[in-house]
Design a protein around this ligand. Structure first.
Ligand code: FRU
Length: 475
């Protein structure tokens, strides 16, 4: 029989009970990191949205706090949707979308109304609502109008909003002196249904290494080749934001993570200048088997962002090394068309190792993680030589989750460096120091704890690595 905590994450933020989706209001306030999130405390399903809340001094240990925002006022009657946070002197402000169903049935056909709202707190725990500060979308045909991200630029407050006009997505910008009165600057960027999706959720606009990044979550992009395999994507474009509020893209849309479950990412600026990112470690179409255990949803590990050329890269936040408990060398060497069970086992693990491509002749080689004794359950991470891709295969990862995801390996590359974080129901793979990441939920049986290395049809050479058991923080 399944225990109710089989999937419970050890060191990822998840709701104490009920449902979680997007990270909201990421902010550093009075020496502590605050993370809010879309939350339905009464069931493991999405419902009228609240803002859940947790804080941390070190990005590793988190304290759950009382719910920060509850819906029910005329301007947020049916939900406090996603948004952001800023600090003014000693006050913490939350800016969020008030959601109202116009019919009685909670049915989009009958219409919705979305307005932008403000709340504040002096202690970082108890919040006072100030009502709607933007009461209507700039165009009567815009209905979806949400997820305000507020930041400071040249001494003024700027706000980015995602919108949908007809079937086309838009990035809208507003500006304010005081967070209460907002001037509409205009539509900074418009997309088209076929190439850009029909709605850009959860926009974020920030500067990184002197360049401007527009991070967003488009709905409804179609797969092209190996890209856009999730119905709900998360990606970015670099570009230039001018004073009048136009965004001129310098790159195409690129996915920020290539796993199955990564959506609605948002960032904050840490006091030391790092740009940190969290995402919802699920996606609207994700299977959610933990619902049977009365909870659902988690946030990704915090990641540090940096640019390499036009590519946005992510590394796990350096503080996460504090999770490491006992460690042991990961020594595999060379395998000739065989599989080898390792003496490392566990559900909570960090693995760091390399795949040597020079001299390897195998069709595929890599690791099988979270293996059951009979190998009926396993999660595979391997190099596919024919496709020249690094693959994450969760077709046998438990609870019926399925699908393969992969990232390219450049023709000139002679080695793949991997850093993998396993939690009870998640895997996050960082490839080549953050050049790519693949983040997915997996739901193996709690006894599926084995690891095997394998090489198929030829030689696979593994570069020596290290494995750490990670702490169970019962977050
Ligand atoms: C993104 C999203 C947001 C919205 C929120 C509602 O996942 O759809 O656009 O504000 O979730 O919970």
């Amino acid at each position: 029989p399944e225990r109710s905590d089989d999937y419970r994450l050890a060191y990822h933020l998840a709701p104490p009970a009920g449902w979680m989706n997007d990270p909201n209001g990421l902010v550093h306030f009075r020496g502590e990191y605050h993370v809010f999130y879309q939350h339905h405390p009464y069931s493991p399903q999405w419902g009228p949205m609240y803002w859940g809340h947790a804080k941390s001094t070190d990005l590793v240990h988190w304290e759950h706090l009382p719910i920060a925002l509850a819906p029910g006022d005329p301007y947020d009657r049916d939900g406090c949707f996603s948004g952001s946070a800023v600090v003014v002197e000693d006050t913490l402000y939350l800016i969020y979308t008030g959601h109202i169903w116009l019919g009685d049935s909670g049915n989009e056909e009958q219409g919705i109304r979305q307005v932008q709202c403000l709340a504040s707190s002096n202690d970082g725990i108890n919040f006072t609502k100030h009502g709607a500060v933007i009461e209507a979308a700039p165009h009567p045909d815009i209905v979806h109008f949400r997820d305000p991200k507020v930041w400071q630029r040249d001494g003024q407050w700027w706000m980015a909003l995602g919108a949908r006009l007809g079937d086309d997505p838009q990035l809208l910008l507003y500006r304010s002196q005081d967070l209460y009165h907002w001037d509409y600057l205009g539509c900074a960027l418009t997309g088209q249904r076929e190439t850009d999706g029909y709605m850009w959720e959860c926009p974020d606009v920030f500067t990184l290494q002197g360049r401007e990044v527009f991070l967003y979550s488009p709905q409804g992009l179609e797969p092209i080749g190996y890209e856009h395999w999730n119905r709900f994507q998360n990606g970015y474009r670099l570009g230039r934001l001018d004073e009048t509020g136009g965004f001129t893209p310098a790159t195409d849309f690129h996915e920020i993570d290539h796993g199955h479950d990564f959506y609605a990412a948002q960032t904050l600026l840490a006091p030391d200048g790092r740009r940190l990112l969290w995402a919802w470690l699920d996606m609207w179409n994700s299977p959610m088997p933990s619902q049977a255990h009365q909870w659902c949803g988690a946030l990704s590990l915090p990641r540090e962002l940096f640019l390499e050329g036009d590519q946005l890269r992510m590394r796990p936040a350096r503080e996460l090394t504090a999770l490491r408990q006992s460690g042991q060398a990961l020594t595999i060497g060379s395998l000739e068309a065989q599989s080898q069970v390792l003496d490392i086992r566990g559900a909570l693990l960090e693995l760091e190792f390399g795949l040597e491509l020079t001299g390897s002749t195998a069709e595929r080689f890599g690791l099988a993680l979270r293996c059951s004794e009979d190998r009926g359950e396993q999660t595979l991470v391997y190099f596919d030589a024919m496709a020249r891709r690094l693959v994450l295969d969760r077709q046998h990862s438990g609870a019926g989750v399925e699908g393969i995801r992969s990232v390219p390996v450049a023709p000139a590359q002679t080695r793949i460096a991997l850093r993998i974080f396993l939690d009870r129901s998640s895997i996050e793979i960082f490839v080549d120091d953050g050049a790519y990441s693949l983040s997915s939920r997996i739901y193996p049986h709690p006894d599926s704890l084995g690891i095997s290395a394998f090489a198929v049809n030829g030689r696979g050479i593994f570069k020596e690595g290290y494995a750490w058991q990670l702490a169970d923080l019962k977050l």
